[in-house]
Design a protein around this ligand. Structure first.
Ligand SMILES: CC(C)(COP(=O)(O)OP(=O)(O)OC[C@H]1O[C@@H](n2cnc3c(N)ncnc32)[C@H](O)[C@@H]1OP(=O)(O)O)[C@@H](O)C(=O)NCCC(=O)NCCS
Length: 329
């Protein structure tokens, strides 16, 4: 990056750092801008000074990776940094320039593509601009701080007899549980497909199985099964900090784990099983010194959003998308 651009990036990032800290103490310091497919797009303020920058990256997700089950095969990702408190004019301008750029990318015209923006959930001044350009809020990255107390018990609250779930046994999964864990993992993939959060592919089940097998062997103690009368009814899987570095930078520094999977068998839902399992997992994570736990949920998943908020999570980032990418307006 030439030094003039470097100076502008540093200057904008400094202002963004101040703004983000005021908005949400769990946001990170803004990282350096990633290397894009071209020089950063600038949005110039009234004084001719850049008030915002946008970097576009083109990502091709290989068919033989599980990442292709969690989104489009080709992703166009715009990283935006905006200096002013009212981000709408600069975001609008950057999105207009980005649409122009994508219009000249033959690849963005394919069906299995997405134009994607991660934006701080509390930076609400951009929302109207994002909507105006046809972007939809698809997923949320939510965060929980260690030791965060659960709400006090209501009629079915954490300490009530219903939540004690007679007959429910929670235990770490073992390599011999491969079939059970794979089946419950596939339950999440199938359910999230209703919201476009997952895109089941021909290779998905085999890839889930292979990843589960590796995780059970390499990371014992980070996958939990809940059993009712000896039958597996729920699953929780967490990536420990050393495996969660890919997402840890989305929040402030600290030992950060990623809650990768949570699934309760349909027949067992709304009876306290999910809460019992998550409480068990959180107790373990707190004991292991995890400061922050992050997870994704689909914005319109009617089960997960209320559940996670009840379990002490709250939105940190929103992921906005158009699918296909050329649907950006
Ligand atoms: C989300 C899920 C794990 C919740 O498990 P569960 O066993 O049904 O949840 P619980 O019965 O323990 O409910 C715990 C709390 O979550 C909330 N909740 C659960 N289901 C809810 C629903 N249908 N509507 C509103 N709130 C709900 C309630 O606040 C409930 O507490 P309360 O009963 O004290 O009010 C389960 O519905 C599921 O597996 N869904 C499909 C897969 C999925 O969406 N996974 C998460 C992907 S991110």
């Amino acid at each position: 990056m030439p030094w003039v651009i470097r100076d502008v990036v540093n200057d904008v990032n400094k202002a963004v750092a101040r703004r983000w800290q005021g908005l949400d103490p769990l946001l990170p310091e803004p990282s350096d801008l990633p290397e894009g497919c071209m020089a950063p797009l600038p949005s110039l303020g009234e004084n001719g000074r850049p008030s915002g920058l946008g970097v576009c990256r083109h990502q091709h997700v290989p068919a033989d990776t599980l990442a292709q089950t969690w989104g489009a095969a080709a992703k166009f990702v715009l990283t935006m940094r905006v200096r002013e408190a009212d981000t709408k004019p600069a975001v609008d301008d950057l999105l207009t320039q980005w649409r122009e750029h994508l219009a000249h990318q033959p690849e963005a015209r394919k069906d299995d593509t997405a134009a994607i923006i991660n934006w701080p959930a509390r930076d609400v001044t951009a929302v109207l601009a994002l909507l105006r350009h046809g972007l939809q809020p698809m997923t949320v990255i939510a965060v929980r701080q260690a030791g965060r107390p659960l709400p006090t018990a209501g009629p079915k609250g954490p300490e009530s007899p219903a939540s004690k779930q007679p007959g429910l046994v929670i235990r770490p999964a073992e390599p011999a549980d491969l079939d059970r864990v794979t089946e419950l993992e596939m339950g999440v993939v199938r359910y999230d497909a209703h919201f476009g959060a997952s895109v089941p592919r021909p290779a998905t089940e085999a890839l889930v199985r292979a990843e589960t097998q590796a995780a059970l062997a390499k990371r014992p103690g980070w996958t939990w099964l809940a059993e009712h009368n000896g039958q597996p009814v729920a699953l929780a899987v967490v990536e420990p900090p050393e495996a969660a570095t890919w997402i840890a930078g989305m929040t402030r520094p600290g030992a950060t784990a990623y809650l990768q999977t949570m699934f309760v068998h349909p027949a067992q839902r709304s009876g306290g099983t999910g809460a019992a399992l998550v409480r068990h997992v959180h107790d373990e994570l707190d004991t292991r010194g995890i400061d922050l736990t992050v997870l994704h949920y689909a914005q319109v998943n009617p089960l997960s959003a209320p559940f996670w908020h009840r379990m002490g999570y709250r939105p940190l980032w929103s992921t906005w998308e158009t699918r296909p990418a050329f649907a950006l307006r």
